[in-house]
Write a protein that binds this ligand. Sequence first.
Ligand code: FCB
Length: 466
Amino acid sequence: MNGRETFPADFVWGAATSAYQIEGATEEDGRGESIWDRFASTPKKIADRSDGRIACDHYHLWPKDIQLLEWLGVGAYRFSIAWPRVLPQGRGTINEKGLAFYDALVDGLLEAGIEPFPTLYHWDLPQALEDEGGWGNRETTEAFAEYAEVVTRRLGDRVRHWVTHNEPWCIATLGHEHGHHAPGHKNVGLALKVAHHLLLSHGMALEPIRRNVRDAQVGIVHILSPAEPASENDTDRNAARQFDGLFNRWFLDPLFRGRYPKDAIQDRKEWGHLDSIELPFVHGGDLELISQPLDFLGVNYYSRTVVKAGRDGRPEGVRVVPKEELTDMGWEVYPDGLRTGLKRIHTDYSPPRIFVTENGAAYSAGPDADGRVHDPRRVEYFRGHLAAILQAKNEGVPVDGYFAWSLLDNFEWAMGYEKRFGLFWVDYANQKRLPKDSAHDFKRIVQSGRPHPPAEESHSAQEETT
Ligand code: FCB
C-alpha cells in the first residue's frame, strides 16, 4: 500500500448505537410513545415478535456501557436522542426527566474522556406527530427544529458534534414505501414527500443548533451503497445509474448541490412515482435551506449493490457471491465498495470532512464452552473495511473518524434480536455484556492505529464480563 499504514493520532475512533435499539424503559419517566413502539406492537411486523421495551436496558445500565467504551479505548461515542423522551407529544411540553437522562449520559462520557456524537433523529418519531401525518406533514419539520432547539439549548454547552438525521433513505423508503419499518406505509408518493421533509427539517435545524452550540460541527448521516452494474451491457449500466439516483444522489444532490437529480426525477416519472417532473412538495427556498454548508458528512456503509435491469425495467439488486459468504443480514462483505464510495463522495460532493458513522456485520456467534465469543468473520470485516478507509485516506479523502456498528448486540428493527451486530455480546436474560473476539481486536486496532493490529495478548474472559 502506498502512503501511511497507520491512522493518524487524531483520527476519531468510536462505537455507535441508537436510542430505540438499546435504551428500553419505553414507558418510564414520562417518555411518550414512538412510531417504533406502535409498529413493534403490531402483529407480524417484527421477525421474532420482540420490541424495544427492555432492549439492552441501557437507560439504567448506561454507566456500565460507558465503561465498555473506556475498555475499548475509543475517544467518541455515537448515540441517538429519543425525541419522545424529550418532547413526549413531539412539540410543546418538555419532559425534564428525559433531558436529564441525556444530560447525565453526556457528563458521564465527558468525565471518561469520550466525545459525545449525538444524532437527533434515529427513527423514533413521537407517535403523536405520526397521528398528524408524520413526516408526510410539512409541519413536522417545524416540530423537528423545535426539538433541535430544546436539546441543543440543554446540551450545546458540552456537545460540539451533532448529527441531524440518520439515513433519510431508510426512513423514507423502508418506512413509507416498502412498509418494512415504522410507520409501515406503502406509498411511494408519500415516501418522496417524506424524503424531502426530512432534508428540509435538517436544513431548518441548522440555525438553532449553530445558535446554541459554539464551534458546532454539524452533519447528517447518509447510508451509502455504491451501485455497480451486473454486466457491462447498456441495460445493466443504466440500471446501476438508476439505482444510484434513487439511493445515493436523491439525497446527496439536494444537500450538496441544492437540486434533485434530473435523470432520477425523469426515471421516477416514467415509473409512475411522480405525476410530473415538478416536485410539488418542494417550496421556494427549501433547497437553499437544505444545501447550507455542512461541517461533515456521516457515511454509513454495509455493502455495495450490484444491479441489473429487472423484468419491469426497474433496477434490481443481484447476489454475486455464494450465500455462505453473506452476513446474517444477507449482505455481501465488500470492503472495496467503501473505498470507492468514499472517493466518489469526495470527488462529486467534497464535504469538508467525512466520518464513517456506521459499519459492521451481523453474525450470530455466541459464547463458546470456553466462555469466549469467537467471531472471526466480524474481526475480518472490521479489519478489511478499516484497511479500505486507510487506502481512501491515502488517496486523499478526508475521512476523520470511524464508528463501529455496534457497541452492543441490540434490537435490529424489523429483524428483532436475532441479528447481532455488537462488539459486545448481550445476554438478554441477565443483561450481561461480554466482549467478543472482535471487541478485543478492535481495541488493539484503536491502540495501534493499524487495521491489522499486532497479535493479541492473553486475556481472561471471566474478568472482562460485566
Ligand atoms: C443501519 C441503521 C442502524 C442499524 C444498522 C444495521 O441502517 O442505521 O440502526 O440497524 O443499519
